[in-house]
Design a protein around this ligand. Structure first.
Ligand code: SAM
Length: 282
């Protein structure tokens, strides 16, 4: 008799009225950490997937688009990025991309949740390779606390955070951006993931407005990200001096989404995104 396959699905509620469903082969981890619910499943379409509090953080198949854009736009628009701070990013994907830049001497990665780091080491070797690099120093603590009082230590700060709720909320606000500004060297910049203009335009506009209170140059860019809500993702960069639209450094070898052409094109915003940005309260 032919075996019937069970029909088991992971469902992400992207908005109250929109869900993304992926059929799964197995559940690899399903735990409550001190900070959030952590789920790792093996999906048929996108390989292994990590979700925190029900929100997809990464899948093996499409994580490269997000990690490459979050990292390389900021690092190639700085003339010589040496010291990098990653806020969140406990899976290691952003660290993996950052150490591809020859100028990078040290990466400090601060994620509040040790269990995310552990799960990545156990289930996502292609991402956690970034955590094992000798240039990467991994700390499990609240980045809001870590950054406070630091001065002139980093060239680029990358905010690879969860959505702005609970302990991640402060990472989208002016006081944090002020601490980051102080922690940056003279030509430094901050880049942050700022969600989808379709499903969360308020998060995008909020982050841009807060960043503009602190950084003289603030620009939004975007990229495709299939498993994040609506598939269209934004990133916002705050820079002290350098124009982030202009790639200066070399593109690291082997990128699959990022290129110099994509870098320039990513700052060309569709008119509806321009409208969202122009319509916000300043
Ligand atoms: N790429 C993902 C996304 O946009 O969905 C983000 C991935 S990464 C796993 C997000 C990390 O941010 C989580 O591991 C979470 O623990 C961490 N995080 C959230 N708030 C934090 C804070 N205040 N300090 C340090 N890490 C934080």
């Amino acid at each position: 008799m032919e075996r019937r396959n069970p029909d088991i699905w992971f469902t992400e509620y992207q908005t109250k009225h929109l869900r993304l469903g992926l059929s799964i082969k197995s559940v690899l981890a399903n735990i409550q950490t001190s900070y959030q619910h952590l789920l790792v499943v093996d999906t048929d379409q996108y390989g292994r997937l990590m979700a925190l509090d029900g929100a997809i953080q990464l899948t093996e198949r499409d994580e490269f688009t997000y990690h490459e854009m979050l990292t390389h736009v900021a690092l190639t628009s700085h003339p010589a990025p040496r010291r990098i701070l990653i806020v969140g990013g406990g899976d290691g994907g952003t660290a993996r991309e950052a150490v591809k830049h020859e100028t990078v001497e040290e990466v400090v990665l601060v994620d509040i949740d040790q269990e995310v780091i552990n799960a990545s080491r156990r289930f996502f070797p292609s991402l956690s390779s970034g955590l094992e690099d000798p240039k990467v120093n991994v700390l499990a603590m609240d980045a809001l606390e870590y950054i406070r009082g630091r001065s002139g230590e980093f060239d680029v700060v990358i905010v690879d955070s969860t959505d702005p709720v609970d302990f991640a909320e402060g990472l989208f606000r002016e006081p944090f951006y002020r601490d980051v500004f102080r922690a940056l060297n003279e030509g430094g910049s901050l880049v942050a993931q700022t969600e989808s203009p379709f499903s969360d335009p308020d998060i995008l506009t909020g982050a841009v407005s807060e960043m503009e209170k602190v950084f003289p140059i603030v620009k939004v860019f975007w990229g495709a990200m299939p498993t994040y809500p609506t598939g269209m993702w934004t990133y916002t960069i705050g820079s002290k001096v350098h124009d982030p639209e202009k790639p200066m450094g070399q593109t690291p070898p082997g990128t699959r989404y990022y290129s110099e052409e994509i870098h320039r094109a990513a700052f060309v915003l569709p008119p509806f995104v321009e409208e969202i940005l122009q319509g916000r309260d300043r």
